[in-house]
Ligand binder design. Structure first.
Ligand SMILES: Cc1cc2nc3c(=O)[nH]c(=O)nc-3n(C[C@H](O)[C@H](O)[C@H](O)COP(=O)(O)OP(=O)(O)OC[C@H]3O[C@@H](n4cnc5c(N)ncnc54)[C@H](O)[C@@H]3O)c2cc1C
Length: 547
């Protein structure tokens, strides 16, 4: 049985977000709060209040929540991101902060804390990062020393510092990662504990509406019943177990912000006349500043949706797929927001037109919940392992499914996606035989090429299904988009792959053999029709209307 809400309830929540945003977070107020670098704590608390209760989405029904699934979380996260990424980040922090309890808490802890968060609308913070430990959590230094009474551990004293904690100075409840004698362990901490303080919130580049603060822990006593899971040493497992889910949420943030930026650019381009015609009618404008971004965002949507549905169908933890979704969508969102500023020219550079704020806000999505580089590493490491387990055949085993898709739906670009996957296979094997991944950069680049190839194949599957799409694009437009994306993926894999594999090899390697094995000429020939597909997509963008 898939988990999650029925379509009607999800639609109800999505329209409640729109209504709340229109009433409580109008554009002028968001601009003002951004300018003043102010977190609207009262508005956040109202979002968690009885009228709205956004946090209930993440809490299972048995504890008084709504029990939303991964697909619901994706749709709600995208909708929140379209309003404001600072507000979205505050909601994400509650979700993240609860996660250690959701995945690792004892039955009593789950009941107590999740019921309290549901009923009281508590703001939660997730305290993991430290001044000297970000990507490398194993370097964390916050200590948890046992406190014994009559030979029995009754609690722990926490000492250390946490950095960049969302909701840090306003949360009611914190989950804090610290090193106990038995290893990394999460502790549940309520605000006001003696020795626990939040310092001045940071003055940030973007998501200025969110509260981000350092935390100081000086001999803070935490009772033993607040050790998540009841035993020491489970912290790292609890922190990583839900990455499939939480990274999907940040992926949806990148998607929502990117879509919002491109829609603004499209609206503007319809009105703005230069050299006698609206910008939207100028091919060099649309094919550089709008079409590639609309395509990459829709490809990200396809990947997020497929991963979300797989999680809801019981596949877990899908951490590799969560990383691919985050990498592809957050990079697409950033590129789209950047292009949107360019599309608006001088006006894009002005605060009033809002794409400038979206550009600053969306920047965070390639940093928190694991940077893009850490995503590349995670993806490459996992697929490298999968490939070794399959004796170097992992991607060759994927190809027949993509070929079969091409036979069933010849107009979605699956033949080109198959070329991309074969070329990827050749690169991975060449890197393996030449021991090239001893160069860290080659391993990370593989992560990028894997993301391109897997997203291209996924986009073809999405395009082959003619059912309605969240974005509202017609089936023939989605198909043109998936063809464009497959061409881009295949082309990038060969160009970048050859560049870096040759760049890492010594002079004795066979050059022509590699290019023939990757079928470079077929990938070049497959670019035929690219411009016509971009024309189709540009026409579709022109015909769409956005608020
Ligand atoms: C606004 C904001 C809100 C945040 N909210 C929270 C929160 O609520 N809770 C929380 O715990 N944390 C939070 N964070 C922290 C965030 O998750 C970290 O900033 C992030 O994980 C990166 O860690 P770092 O800043 O220490 O950078 P570093 O890890 O020092 O990375 C710096 C650069 O080096 C690269 N790099 C790192 N390691 C490697 C490597 N092995 N090989 C190659 N390159 C590498 C990175 O990709 C990056 O480009 C937040 C951060 C920000 C900015």
């Amino acid at each position: 049985m898939p988990t999650g809400l029925d379509a009607e309830t999800l639609d109800m929540i999505l329209s409640a977000i729109d209504d709340f945003a229109a009433k409580r977070l109008p554009a002028a107020l968001l601009r003002e709060l951004d300018h003043k670098d102010e977190c609207p704590e009262d508005i956040l608390r109202d979002m968690y209040g009885p009228q709205f209760g956004i946090h209930l989405l993440f809490i299972p029904e048995e504890y008084g929540g709504m029990g939303g699934g991964a697909f619901d979380v994706y749709r709600v996260s995208e909708a929140l991101a379209r309003v404001d990424l600072g507000v979205s980040s505050a909601v994400l922090a509650t979700f993240l902060g609860l996660d250690p309890i959701v995945v690792g808490g004892t039955p009593e802890q789950k009941k107590k804390w999740m019921s309290r968060v549901a009923e009281e609308g508590l703001l939660v913070a997730y305290g993991v990062t430290e001044p000297t430990a970000g990507s490398d959590l194993a370097a964390s230094r916050t200590r948890a020393d046992p406190v014994e009474e009559d030979g029995k551990v009754v609690g722990y004293r926490l000492n250390g510092n946490k950095q960049f904690i969302t909701n840090g100075s306003i949360a009611d409840l914190y989950t804090i990662l610290a090193v106990a004698p038995g290893g990394f362990t999460f502790f549940i901490l309520e605000k006001g504990a003696e020795g626990f303080s939040a310092d001045k919130p940071e003055d940030k580049h973007g998501i200025r509406i969110s509260d981000t603060a350092p935390l100081t822990l000086e001999d803070v006593f935490v009772p033993v019943e607040n050790v998540v899971g009841g035993v020491e040493g489970q912290g790292m497992v609890q922190a990583t177990e839900v990455f499939g889910y939480t990274r999907l949420m940040v992926a949806a943030f990148g998607l929502g912000a990117g879509v919002q930026a491109i829609e603004r650019a499209i609206n503007y381009a319809k009105e703005r006349v230069q050299a006698g015609a609206p910008l939207i009618d100028k091919q060099a404008f649309t094919h550089k500043l709008l079409v590639p971004h609309a395509v990459r965002l829709e490809a990200s949507r396809a990947y997020i949706e497929e991963t979300a549905r797989r999680i809801d169908d019981g596949e877990s933890p899908l951490n590799t797929e969560g990383a691919i979704a985050k990498l592809v969508a957050s990079e697409a969102g950033n590129a789209a927001a950047d292009a949107a500023i360019q599309a608006l020219g001088g006006y894009g550079y002005m605060k009033e037109y809002e794409v400038e704020k979206i550009r600053r806000d969306v920047r965070i999505t390639t940093i928190y919940e694991g940077t893009s580089e850490i995503m590349e590493w995670t993806i490459a490491r996992d697929r490298w392992r999968d490939n070794l387990q399959q004796r170097g055949q992992f991607y060759l085993q994927v190809v027949p499914g993509v070929d079969a898709l091409h036979a069933r739906a010849p107009d979605v670009g699956a033949d080109v996606a198959a070329l991309a996957i074969r070329a990827l296979h050749v690169l991975i094997e060449r890197a393996r035989l030449g021991r090239l991944t001893r160069n860290q950069h080659i391993l990370f680049r593989l992560g990028e090429w894997i993301t391109l190839a897997e997203t291209a194949a996924c986009f073809c599957r999405y395009a082959a299904d003619d059912g309605p799409k969240v974005s509202g694009f017609a089936p023939q437009v989605i198909k043109a988009m998936s063809r464009v994306y497959a061409r881009e993926a295949a082309s990038s894999i060969v160009e970048q792959g050859l560049r870096w594999i040759y760049g890492a090899e010594d002079g004795s390697a066979d050059v022509r053999g590699l290019e023939a094995d990757m079928n470079v000429s077929a990938i070049h020939t497959a670019q035929r029709g690219l411009l016509a597909d971009c024309d189709t997509i540009a026409q579709a963008l022109k015909e769409m209307s956005f608020d």
